[in-house]
Design a protein around this ligand. Structure first.
Ligand SMILES: [Zn+2]
Length: 403
């Protein structure tokens, strides 16, 4: 067969592309392995990836000159001869600066390639204008103190609302009444900008970090804070929906004829009955104040009183437990996931109310639908789940965009 000149050129180009993409895939595979498994010898990398030792050495040396990996100690796995040197991802550059936006407070954290995270700052979220200026000022401070690199570092936002993840535009944050916020326009720094919903990032964090969730195909994260969010991972993929509002369980109606208006404009939404706000307000209604600056802090104190069998605390939390169980049965009947994980502003809901919630959900469940469903608190505690998810997303973006 005689190829035309054009086709030969095309063939050559294709071959170049294929070689390039294969090299890229090898680099991605090695970096992912090191991120997931920690320090590893070149020999182990070769065994795992089935790449030749010389290919591994070349790629590790490329990564080393880009300051992505470094040599750290010796491998204990080899029994014979000299112990091989381990290589590990470095903390030389931050993989992410995470801005985890809450209705009352925003957390700023720095994430690294080894998945470690340090929280650097908290501030009152405030108005949209003050929020943007505080974020830009914080980024200025962080740039001076921490090693950022525009090839590696992403700025990742977690929002309690609906986010166009493709364009990094916040479509709507009901509890703050923020609309159409284009983050690429608002942020003055030359890093990749990523934004997502806090519950979606939480379900992502669980699916890459906790052993049981890693094995689950379908997981639902119920994010309970000043509002209620939902993140659904269906067949290992986050359910986005056509308008980025997939799994917004907080705005499903649980009181059909209610005149309780929700921030979203609808009436009788789950969020108005089962967030952390309502039981605190219920308790404080009769003049007994709870200590704490935020609803989350007050809710913690209320739960402590509940654990000590305080009658007023039990009464104040009754509606919360009732509506939360309705939310849970709605999740079971809509998604029927293997795992429902609860977290958010308060991370120990299942620990305190699990038995009661399970009882109430069981009473409303159809036969058999709960057989494979497990419920638990989030695996995350000190580091907030959306922050861990944001760093995981930044790492994946960075690996995907390797040169
Ligand atoms: Zn609503």
């Amino acid at each position: 067969m005689i190829y035309s000149f054009y086709e030969r050129i095309k063939g050559i180009n294709l071959m170049k592309i294929n070689l390039k993409s294969m090299k890229m895939m090898n680099k991605q595979m090695i970096l992912r392995y090191l991120i997931e498994n920690g320090p590893t010898s070149r020999m182990e990398l070769s065994r795992f990836t089935k790449l030749t030792p010389s290919t591994i050495s070349r790629i590790v040396s490329d990564f080393s000159s880009e300051k992505l990996v470094e040599e750290v100690g010796y491998s204990e796995k080899s029994q014979i001869g000299r112990k091989p040197i381990n290589v590990s991802v470095t903390k030389r550059f931050a993989s992410s600066v995470v801005i985890n936006v809450g209705v009352e407070q925003t957390t700023v954290a720095i994430g690294f390639l080894d998945k470690s995270i340090i929280e650097v700052k908290r501030f009152s979220t405030g108005t949209l204008k003050s929020f943007i200026s505080t974020v830009n000022a914080s980024l200025g401070e962080i740039e001076k103190k921490y090693p950022l690199n525009s090839e590696i570092t992403s700025i990742v936002f977690a929002f309690p609302g609906i986010v166009n993840t493709q364009k990094s535009i916040v479509i709507y944050v009901p509890n703050l009444n923020w609309r159409n916020l284009n983050l690429k326009d608002a942020i003055n720094y030359p890093y990749r900008i990523i934004a997502d919903n806090e519950a979606n990032l939480s379900v992502l964090a669980e699916s890459v970090s906790s052993e049981d969730a890693k094995k689950s195909e379908n997981i639902f994260f119920l994010y309970v804070s000043q509002g209620i969010g939902g993140g659904a991972m269906i067949n290992h993929q986050i359910l986005r929906g056509s308008g980025f509002a997939g799994a917004e369980i907080g705005h499903t109606v649980v009181e059909a004829r209610s005149d309780v208006k929700c921030h979203c404009g609808n009436y009788g939404c789950l969020e108005r009955y089962a967030s952390l706000v309502l039981p605190v307000m219920e308790y404080e209604k009769n003049g007994r104040k709870l200590d704490g600056k935020t609803y989350t802090e007050k809710f913690q104190i209320l739960v402590d009183l509940y654990a000590k069998h305080d009658k007023m605390a039990i009464a104040a939390l009754e509606e919360f437990i009732h509506y939360l169980s309705i939310g849970l049965i709605n999740i079971v009947n809509t998604f029927n996931p293997e795992k429902i994980i609860i977290g958010g502003g308060f991370n120990k809901i299942w620990k305190y109310f699990g038995e009661e919630l399970h009882q109430r959900v069981s009473e409303r469940a159809m036969p058999g639908v709960l057989d494979n469903v497990t419920f638990r608190d989030t695996y995350f505690d000190e580091i907030e789940a959306p922050v861990a998810g944001a760093n995981a997303l930044a790492i994946e973006m960075m690996v995907n965009n390797l040169n």
